[in-house]
Every structure is written in C-alpha cells, then in structure tokens.
Write a protein that binds this ligand. Structure first.
Ligand code: PEP
Ligand code: CO
Length: 458
C-alpha cells in the first residue's frame, strides 16, 4: 500500500466513535500510548496468520472467545486464570475428538470498546449517552461517568498489558502442561459436561503414558507443556488502534501491536468507511463479521480490498446470522465467496444473532438457539463442500447466569443471580464446555467431508 498511513482513516466517515470534549487531553493520552511498548510483536501475528492458513485448508480449527467487553470491575487474576482454564479445556475436547490442532485466540487483553444500538440510554425519564466500554466511559448511569474520558485509555492499556503478561506466563510456564489436565477443571461444572470431560482426561492420560513409554515427555518436549494463545479484539476505537500501529523493523510493514488479530464489526464494515480503511494497511490477520444484513457481493469486495493478494490466513469471515436465518443467508454468502475464488476461514459466531430480552428484562441468549445456529452452520458447510473452520463465542470461566438453558437449566428468573456482564450475555463454563462437546463431532465429519470434496474437485 503506497500512500497508506496509520491515520488515513481520518479522511473517511467512521461510525461508532466517541466524541471527546477535551481534544488536547485526548491527544496527550494518544501521544503517550504511541510511545508505550507494543503489546504484541509483529512476528507473533505473522505466526498466527500461518496457523490460520492451515485452518483455511481444513488442517486446523480456530477457537476464538472471551468476554463481550472486558471491564475494570472484573479485572482479577482468578478471572484470567479461569478463562484460560476453560479455553484449554475446550481446546482439549476439540482436539481429542476432531483430531485437529486448535488455534487458540482470546477475545482478551484489549476487548473494551463497544458499538451500541442506540447512542443514548433512558432511565426513569433521564437520558444519558450510552455506555461505550470501560476504556471510554463508565457503566454507572450518571452524567459525569458517561462522559468519554481519555484517562481511561491508559488504564485499559495497563490492564491489557498485565492480562497478557499473566496469559503468557500460564501458556509458557507449566500451567498448560498436558499432564495437568485435571487441574483445569472448574468445581462448579457438573453433570454431563463434567463426566464427558473426565473421559477425555482419561484418554489424554493414556496417550501420555504411551508417549512416556516411547521416551516423549513434557520435560523433553516443549509442545506437551506449552500452548500458543493469541489475542484479539474489535478494531473499533480507531484513535487507539492508530497509536498502537508501528512499523515492524524486520519487514518495514505496519502492524497493529494492540493484538495479534483484529476484526471489523457488523456495524462498521462499510467499504468506504474509516474502519475498513484502517484495516487495509495493517498486516495482522483480520476478521469481518457478516450477518443477515450483509450483501454477499459486498463481502466479496471487502475480502478483495482487505486482502488484495488473496493470502491464506489473512481473512476470517465470522458469521453471526441467528439460528433462524443462518440456513437462509449463509449459503448465498458461501457461494459468492467460492465463485470469486476468495481465500477465507469460515467461523461461526452463534451469539450475536441470538440476543433476546428475557421476561425479567435481562438481555439473554437461549443456549438452545446457540446450539441450533452452530449445528446449522456446520450443516450448511457440509452441503456446500466448504470447511467450517472456527467458533467465535462470548464466554467466561465464571459460573454466571447470563444465557438461559444448558445443563444447569438457567431460567429467566435465575438471570438476576449472577449477571455480571458489562455488555452482551456470555456462556458460562458449563455451557461453553457443552458447546465444545457438541461441535467436536461435527468438525470431524465436516473436515473429512470437505477433504473428500476438495479431492473430488481437483
Ligand atoms: C461483538 O462481537 O461483541 C459485536 C459487537 O459483534 P457484532 O459486530 O457481530 O454485532
Ligand atoms: Co458482544
């Protein structure tokens, strides 16, 4: 890209950006951020892209998940640890049953800003700006709190850095050792998911015994005791993404060093908009959310603009249609992408098209609809001969009551018990594990199927 600069987005219309009253204060903070160390290194993003290229060939599966919005209130080492445990458990379930390596991508260490459906919120006749994420304003419903405050960006940077630091320590320091699978369990995961997980533990333990007998142990083999965990968030708050974008000294290319992977949301993927303009110039792997309102030809065009060389691993299409719409709309999108010969990874977000309001007033997601969209996603790919390569979910390692249904049979009335999310309702650990079990069988079927059809076609 010849004339692209990290601030080129400023010449384009950009939706969902906050208006800061004190521009000088904002500029000072952004200037500070632009001198802070990168959170990730460009070489790591390149490595993620290579892993994702494998997913696009049906040789690996992508698991992406975490909070809808990270918050200052929920920032605690135990929460990070429990997220990590659950992510490892889900990955293990998926690997053991599908036989594929799992690319682990957290929605974490930077997932703060949110696009909102309405710019203002009304409570008892009082109207205030909507909550936009902890790095912008406060969830508390008062005029001062809802004013965007640039200082929050510094706190979010610091939280992201220490979250990532702990995740790196867990990933590399022995916690992820396959000999410790039993330690990843969460005490409140009961019933079916727990029993099924124990079966997996046994299988892993047998496999490790076998490898041990062959002389392969976690002491002499790094891959048995470490994992790669990558980070991602929505590239929404462009001034911050710009400040974190640096030239990689080893290649001379621009990388957004705030995360390994960035995605463009369903509400900001306009071809002529600032978010697309920004993402064009960074070399990170990218996601594009697609839903019932996306025109297949426009998505094809987006993949061309964002990936002119049709590089494998660069683009992940994150489908979030809703359980009742996926069968109708997804085939048309797949066909358009296939016809245009675009290289993409297909990932299923069964969360964002299934948000409803419970009778008790809480925003929730019926677990059965999450399951149903996921199943349909796999079925559609099966009949189109394409590889359903990923799952994108909002989840937490905590025992929250935010999505109804699942093995604990959470009802509308139970939602108020432990409803902690700062934005959308998340799957709790039991529900997330149940979902992992459900799709592991589907991945295996689908990967065999698409390999056969790829062979037949060639
Ligand atoms: C999200 O992932 O939290 C989100 C806002 O999703 P979408 O852009 O798909 O609505
Ligand atoms: Co969300």
């Amino acid at each position: 890209m010849t004339n692209w600069k990290p601030n080129s987005w400023k010449g384009k219309p950009s939706k969902h950006l906050p208006e800061y009253k004190d521009q000088d204060k904002l500029n000072n903070v952004l200037n500070e951020l632009s001198n802070f160390p990168p959170l990730v290194f460009a070489g790591e993003s390149r490595s993620l892209k290579e892993h994702l290229a494998k997913v696009s060939q049906g040789k690996a599966f992508l698991l992406q998940g975490g909070d809808c919005a990270e918050s200052f209130a929920e920032f605690h080492p135990n929460n990070i640890r429990d997220f990590f445990k659950l992510f490892l458990q889900m990955s293990l379930v998926l690997t053991v049953s599908s036989g594929l390596p799992i690319v682990k991508l957290g929605r974490i260490a930077g997932q703060f800003s949110k696009p909102r459906s309405a710019p203002t919120e009304n409570k008892d006749g009082v109207e205030l700006p909507s909550y936009l994420g902890d790095n912008i304003n406060s969830m508390a419903f008062d005029a001062k709190g809802r004013e965007p405050d640039p200082e929050r960006l510094l706190k979010a940077y610091s939280q992201s850095a220490s979250t990532l630091n702990l995740l790196r320590a867990f990933s590399q320091g022995g916690f992820a050792d396959l000999n410790k699978v039993h330690l990843w369990n969460m005490s409140f995961v009961k019933d079916k998911a727990k029993e099924k997980y124990q079966e997996i533990e046994q299988k892993v333990s047998d496999a490790l015994d076998f490898m041990n007998a062959c002389g392969i142990t976690s002491e002499n083999n790094r891959r048995l005791r470490t994992v790669n965990l990558f980070t991602s968030h929505e590239a929404l708050l462009l001034p911050v993404e710009e400040a974190m974008t640096r030239i990689d000294s080893t290649t001379g290319e621009y990388h957004d060093t705030s995360a390994h992977f960035l995605w463009i949301g369903d509400r900001t993927r306009q071809l002529d908009g600032g978010h697309v303009e920004f993402c064009k110039g960074i070399k990170n792997p990218l996601g594009i959310k697609c839903g019932p309102t996306s025109d297949p030809e426009e998505i094809v065009k987006l993949t061309e603009v964002l990936n002119p060389d049709n590089e494998a691993g660069r683009i992940t299409l994150i489908a979030r249609f809703g359980h009742d719409k996926v069968q109708k709309f997804l085939p048309k999108l797949i066909q358009a992408i296939k016809k245009a010969g675009r290289n993409v990874i297909w990932s299923c977000d069964p969360m964002h098209g299934n948000t409803v309001k419970a009778s008790t007033g809480f925003k929730t997601r019926p677990f059965e609809n999450v399951i149903s969209e996921t199943k349909s996603f796999f079925e559609v790919h099966q009949s189109e001969g394409t590889f359903a390569g990923g799952l994108h979910i909002e989840m937490t390692g905590q025992d929250v009551t935010e999505c109804i249904g699942g093995a604990q049979n959470i009802t509308d009335k139970d939602l108020s018990d432990r409803y902690h999310t700062h934005c959308d309702p998340r799957l709790n650990a039991s529900q997330a594990l149940e979902l992992a079990f459900l799709i592991s069988g589907e991945i295996k079927k689908n990967s065999n199927f698409s390999k056969t059809s790829i062979k037949a076609a060639s």
